[in-house]
Design a protein around this ligand. Structure first.
Ligand SMILES: Nc1ncnc2c1ncn2[C@@H]1O[C@H](COP(=O)(O)OP(=O)(O)OP(=O)(O)O)[C@@H](O)[C@H]1O
Ligand SMILES: [Mg+2]
Length: 239
């Protein structure tokens, strides 16, 4: 077990013109850890993901991945280092098959098409979508499209996966399946940060929870600690 943090975020800030979306956020993530990232709408969760995955350049602060400074890297560089993500609003190639969508992720580390296909088939199977491999992605259900994005992210062979509301819009059975999927990702040794409003999906599986409010981290602790934290309760009741 590697005890040095996989990810170390130090004083991260991101402003859009006058609007401060992330302010002075610091935390670490260890190998294989499941982190829940919660907070009211507009708290800055997706912005933080965009900074971590190289989609936004932070205004201040530092991001280190495996001890290497990756602040302001490109999405391609972040993916190559082992940071994968899904999108709050799914971004799939609608007319391409489910398998082809996952192959796009697999091509990152497999230059041969046959090898990428094999990897993509394995990840589709891992998320339970083998039987839908040939279906155009646009014809999949919402739940299937979310799993497809997880499969595409996993196909890049990440060390850290950022999941942005993969449980939104799912029924209770699908939420339980999504929680089980996150646990199986953890068993592969991959760390995850999960942005989620569906508390019954995230609280039972997270090792640790981070809470954002107005762009700042207001709490960091176990799910049990977070549930009793007065600042967290106030942030949610104040919505
Ligand atoms: N590209 C952008 N340009 C300008 N403002 C932005 C941009 N992206 C996000 N914001 C603003 O930053 C703030 C944080 O947004 P963000 O999407 O990170 O919140 P969130 O916590 O993911 O919210 P939700 O739970 O609704 O998804 C919001 O006020 C949002 O309008
Ligand atoms: Mg968001």
């Amino acid at each position: 077990m590697n005890t040095a943090p996989l990810l170390a975020v130090d004083g991260l800030g991101k402003a859009f013109q006058g609007l401060v979306a992330n302010r002075d956020i610091s935390f670490t993530v260890h190998h294989g850890e499941i982190i829940g990232l919660i907070g009211p709408n507009g708290a800055g969760k997706t912005t933080l993901f965009n900074c971590l995955a190289g989609f936004h350049t932070p205004t201040s602060g530092r991001i280190a991945f495996e001890g290497r400074d990756v602040t302001g890297s490109t999405p391609e560089a972040a993916a190559a280092l082992g940071i994968a993500r899904t999108f709050q609003i799914v971004r799939i190639f609608q007319s391409m098959s489910a398998l082809e969508n996952v192959m796009v992720g697999a091509m990152l580390r497999n230059k041969r098409v046959a090898a990428a296909r094999e990897r993509a088939e394995a990840e589709l199977s891992f998320v339970g979508l083998s039987h839908r491999a040939a279906v155009p992605a646009g014809d999949l259900t919402v739940s299937e499209q979310k799993r497809l994005e997880v499969a595409r992210a996993l196909a890049t062979e990440p060390k850290l996966i950022l999941l942005d509301e993969v449980m939104a819009g799912l029924n209770p059975t699908e939420v339980r399946e999504a929680s089980a999927l996150v646990h199986r990702i953890h068993l592969r040794g991959i760390a995850s940060i999960i942005v989620e409003h569906v508390m019954e999906g995230i609280m039972p599986i997270a090792h640790r929870m981070l809470v954002l409010d107005y762009g700042a981290k207001i709490a960091d602790g176990t799910p049990a600690e977070i549930a009793e934290n007065p600042a967290v309760i106030a942030a949610y009741l104040g919505e």
